[in-house]
Design a protein around this ligand. Sequence first.
Ligand code: ZN
Ligand code: ZN
Length: 417
Amino acid sequence: MEIKAIRGFNDILPDEIGKWQFVEETAREVFEGFGFSEIRIPIIERTELFSRGIGEATDIVEKEMYTFIDRSGNSLTLRPEATASMARAYLEHQIYSFDPVAKLYCIGPMFRYERPQKGRYRQFYQIDAEVFGVENPMVDAEVILMLIQFLKKVGLENLELQINSLGCRACRPRYREELKNFLMSKSFQLCEDCQRRLHTNPLRIFDCKVETCQEATANAPQVINFLCAECQGHFDKVKEYLEMAGLEYILNPRMVRGLDYYTRTAFEVVSYSLGSQNAVTGGGRYDNLFQEIGGLDVPGIGFAIGMERLISLLPKDKEFIQHPHLFVAALGEESYKEAYQLINQLHLEGVRAELDYEGKSLKSQMRKADKLKARFVLILGEEELKRGRVVLRNMETKSQEEIPIDNLLKSIKEKIF
Ligand SMILES: [Zn+2]
Ligand SMILES: [Zn+2]
């Protein structure tokens, strides 16, 4: 029986990969411009890193993690997100010892056992950017600005920035109590999951898709009205810095985030490209995360972008595949040897060049060059070679010319570059 990929796991094939590489390269370029460095973290961590860092009462930890016992009896988990691991690495390697401020990004696969659906996989890819060690609201605005610059640079248009503040350890418990009391009075409207959430994590009821739950939260108290003076001051500054950077935003008081460790600034970017509304990415501040995973009291802020979603929103008319500069068509054994040597030299000079391995007819080699979308075809015919000449065909203009074989490398480079 033929072996197939596991359900929810996906191959990214060569005709798609150009988009992925473009997005990754753009992320590196934009983020490094803001002083971020890449970090690569393990795919697997101890389960408790995520249960403590993400919070027990979350969908991720409750039902979506790929957790298993290894041969030594340790409970390990395939990373469902990157932030907790990045924070762990920051603490473990004492990255703070030289300078408490660390600006890090990470690109790679994450794993969640969710119901597979179109465009949604159990191994999915994220771009994460995080700043550790800064409480200053200027950095909140800067991270958001970097995100928007990146999204615009990959070609997304009609973006809407939504922001909210979730308060802190001092002020959120009071809001949580108030929300819980309010929803208690409407508990008959809540779905079974939300009945439970009411006691474990009432803020998550805002994210429930069930209609009656959404109705129940419609007039619920808003966290923004419960902020302490420090949180209010912080949020006012964030807004001021966003305005200074010329970024428009709208307040979304219903954006409360499911994860326990989020504090203060929360944001989301929605794209209205392609005629529909799509949440592209979200992020926020998480000043409690480090203590949850047993470390110092370090503030953090960051975002995660789902690559699959982002790639589905890229402009449809943009070309992402790198086509060959040159296809070398050879006819006969002597010309093949010539072609082989020429192509080896071309590769050293940075020319994207290919040839056919199967000794096919000129006609079928031309068809292959066409299929590869090569810009030029160099035809090495036995007759022409004897005369010390070759034929260069421009595939766009369909014009061709004979050029001397002496200085061939130089002539080709002149045409191509
Ligand atoms: Zn507060
Ligand atoms: Zn519900």
